[in-house]
Design a protein around this ligand. Sequence first.
Ligand code: PHE
Length: 369
Amino acid sequence: MVIGLSIIGYSFTVSLQDFIAELDSLAADAQGAFDDAEDTTALEAARVEFLGAKAGRLKAAQKGMGSVDKPDKPTAGQKFNAVKKTIEAAFDTATARLNNSGGSQKHDAFDVTLPGKPVQLGRLHPITQTINRMKEIMGRLGFTAVEGPEIEDDWHNFEALNIPLSHPARDPLDNFYLATAGAQGNIGAGPDGKPLLLRSQTSTVQIRVMEQATANTVAGGAKPPVRIVSLGRVYRPDTADATHYPMFHQIEGLLVDHGVTMADLKSVLRMFCQSYYGDIEDLHVRFRPSFFPFTEPSVEVDINWRGGWMEIGGAGMVDPNVLRAVGYDPEEVTGFAFGMGVERIAMRQHHITDIRDLYTNDVRFLAQF
Ligand code: PHE
């Protein structure tokens, strides 16, 4: 290479024409290398090859200027500066191209002025929110949350709750039995051979908890007080309409101790309602005499709403028969129990008029809570 020879000490002249031709081909090579660079690593390698300060090809070409005839030197210098600018500009263009395309020539440019996509945040279902709030309020009143199974046996759903065999609450039209007793051997039947069912009420959990507590007593463990709430699903074969659904939720409360009275029940329920609907100025709670097989006396609980009353559940003093069924002495301990509809309480809070809205899972509805 003509220019290369000069750097090892031979003194000879290079024609201006050759010098210009050499620079032109250098510029074309550089342009091609920068254009072909697919990523910043390739571009950097090309930059070192052509624009490198020590061993770059442009630097080498510059040395050739010393061998050009003296009268031609100004022209050679101008040419050199022009080519240098061209190569530097080609490098800048290639750098900008790679920065804009995120490293690849093939991508379209990204318009940073376009509005972003909104992030959709998930949230808890309104029933879950209601349950959490109820647990928290009852927790502050000293009640521990417990759970029970949704598939129940005859003993826990009926018998121990003082609901005898002849009671209409056992009607197959009012319950989801899993099988008729004996029809297929033991399938769908409990340990007593009687059919299992989807629980129709959370009062089943009262029995399970008290049985456990008495088992503990026998084993020398904890005695009453029992102070629990249980929140969960219950099932009844109702046709779905604005106020009915074949599955809904209840909150069950139970307190058993020495000397528990109806006054305790009323004040706990009043406190619960006032805490839950704390933002409502004049909340009234009304108790009406009623009947449940497992409580005596029994009441129905109403709260005021839109100039009238809305029933939110049932309650009463635990029937001595129930206490006896789980091994307590009704002469020694007394208790109260209550059961309220979770959907009712959520619907009143959020002014929901159709219970089915809670289970259609339309995100436009759910996004409001
Ligand atoms: N279990 C009753 C129901 O489902 C409600 C209730 C619970 C009533 C506890 C009294 C005591 O209707």
